[in-house]
Design a protein around this ligand. Structure first.
Ligand SMILES: Nc1ncnc2c1ncn2[C@@H]1O[C@H](COP(=O)(O)OP(=O)(O)OP(=O)(O)O)[C@@H](O)[C@H]1O
Ligand SMILES: [Mg+2]
Length: 294
């Protein structure tokens, strides 16, 4: 029985989740692979909804979720567990008055970490941006995904292997390999997952997401999305600004009381404030013109 050794997530259906036909189909494909016993890997550039979809798919599985974020500093023992803390024992012997004898013994205790917990109790593992971790950190996944066993350190004090619970499932997300801070995934790991490539969000989905996340009216959300998409399309890197920029602009406008008085100018200025700092210097003038002439 699991007893709060680590924090787990219980994913809940989100009111502001936008479920278009495309997203419904992607979720169903992922669930089909998972039910057939395969790990699923959502691939795609930034802002296309990989993490959101991973959480949404996990919620459909109705099991607690262990969430991991890939990063360069992560090592295998932070995934699996290790020896932590001290159990201190003092033995005070003052049998003879005026003579004080103190014995101190310190023992470390093995603590299971997230990956071990997920394997042990059959939880759903979401390993977000797992290719930001070093490939050697992720090697531990190879036998989990294929042989369904997790080799354990002797320091754990029990058997050398942990049999992975039959309900254990895993969902991975990754950014493209050309992104900064991302490692090339080892072929053996790639071969153990079913990859689902996420396309750029279409305009209607971006409008629906912007509206759901901000509460701003449809007409203004359409204007914001169309402007952000125009900027995106004019840049060398056409993956940014993402729908996140649309959400930020829409939320700012939603809470700006004076917005209605000079709507178009406020909308353009807010877009520039949000977008411009992230635009490479050589492309700023072009972007400024697109926004001003919109
Ligand atoms: N189906 C959806 N319904 C509502 N909001 C969504 C949906 N998909 C994505 N979003 C929103 O769009 C934004 C980007 O989504 P998300 O963070 O999942 O993208 P990502 O592909 O994981 O990006 P990154 O690679 O940068 O981590 C978030 O604010 C998220 O809440
Ligand atoms: Mg993400």
């Amino acid at each position: 029985m699991y007893s709060s050794e680590i924090d787990v997530l219980i994913p809940q259906p989100q009111n502001d989740f936008v479920e278009t036909f495309y997203i419904k189909k992607l979720t169903q494909r992922a669930l089909d692979y998972i039910k057939a016993g395969f790990p699923v890997h959502f691939k795609g550039p930034t802002g296309v909804g990989k993490t959101t979809l991973a959480l949404h798919t996990a919620a459909k599985l109705d099991r607690p979720v262990v969430f991991l974020s890939g990063n360069e500093e992560l090592n295998t023992s932070q995934l699996v567990g290790g020896l932590y803390g001290y159990n201190k024992k003092y033995l005070r012997d003052n049998f003879i008055a005026r003579v004080l004898k103190v014995e101190e013994s310190a023992t470390q205790q093995w603590v299971d970490d997230r990956l071990t917990i997920a394997c042990k109790y059959g939880f759903t593992l979401i390993y977000d941006e797992f290719n930001r971790s070093r490939p050697e950190t992720n090697n531990v996944l190879l036998s989990i995904l294929q042989e369904k066993i997790l080799p354990m350190s002797r320091a754990r004090g029990r058997e050398g292997y942990l049999q992975v619970h039959p309900d254990f499932t895993s969902i991975f997300t990754s950014n493209p390999e050309e992104y900064a801070g991302v490692y090339r995934m080892q072929d053996a790991l790639r071969d153990r997952m079913v990859a689902i490539e996420l396309e750029a969000l279409d305009e209607n989905t971006e409008v629906a997401i912007t509206q759901a996340k901000s509460g701003l009216n449809l007409g203004d959300c359409q204007k914001i999305v169309s402007l952000v998409r125009a900027v995106r399309g004019a840049k060398a890197n056409q993956t940014t600004p993402t729908v996140r920029a649309c959400i930020v602009v829409a939320r700012v406008l939603k809470q700006k009381n004076s917005f209605r008085k000079n709507a178009s100018a406020v909308l353009k200025q807010t877009c520039l404030d949000v977008i411009l700092p992230e635009i490479p210097k050589e492309e700023r003038e072009k972007v400024q013109q697109i926004v001003e002439h919109a």
